[in-house]
Structures are given as structure tokens and as C-alpha cells.
Design a protein around this ligand. Structure first.
Ligand code: FES
Length: 80
């Protein structure tokens, strides 16, 4: 899904930016050129949506795949 029509920014682009460490409004605005004169400015008004999406992707990237099950519940070590 597109988040920014002016710059053609998709959710996946913002998630990738988050995984690369772009997690602040300024970093995301700069990375995607949202402050460009050719843009309508709508996305700067709702930049927090970009930040939440980027931070969520960064957080998910930090969770080791083996720490969760398919259902999302954390695995616990089996008692010995
Ligand atoms: S739709 Fe994103 S700046 Fe215009």
C-alpha cells in the first residue's frame, strides 16, 4: 500500500528504512524527500504514522526468529 503518492513511498519502503535505523521524523522526511517543494506536504502532517511503522519493523527485526512460534507466542525452554 502506498503511504505517499507524491514520492511513491510504500509501507514496505518505510519498514525497510526502519530496519536500516531510520526511526525519527527528520530521518524519514529526509530519506523520502517528503519536504521537497514538489510534494503536497500531507505526509509531514502525519509523519508519526511513518515513525510507528518504521519502529515496528525495526523492533520485529531485532526479535530472533527462533524466539517465537507461528502463533506469535514466545517459546519457553522445556523443563529438564
Ligand atoms: S502524498 Fe506524501 S507528500 Fe504528498
Amino acid at each position: 500500500m502506498y503511504l505517499c503518492l507524491c514520492r511513491g513511498v510504500r509501507e514496505a519502503d518505510v519498514e525497510q528504512a526502519g530496519r536500516r535505523g531510520l526511526l525519527t521524523p527528520d530521518a524519514l522526511i529526509s530519506a523520502f524527500g517528503l519536504d521537497d517543494e514538489a510534494c503536497c506536504g500531507c505526509c509531514i502532517d502525519r509523519i508519526e504514522e511513518f515513525v510507528v511503522l518504521a519502529q515496528s519493523a525495526a523492533h520485529q527485526a531485532m526479535i530472533p526468529a527462533c524466539a517465537t512460534t507461528e502463533g506469535g507466542a514466545a517459546r519457553r525452554p522445556s523443563p529438564e
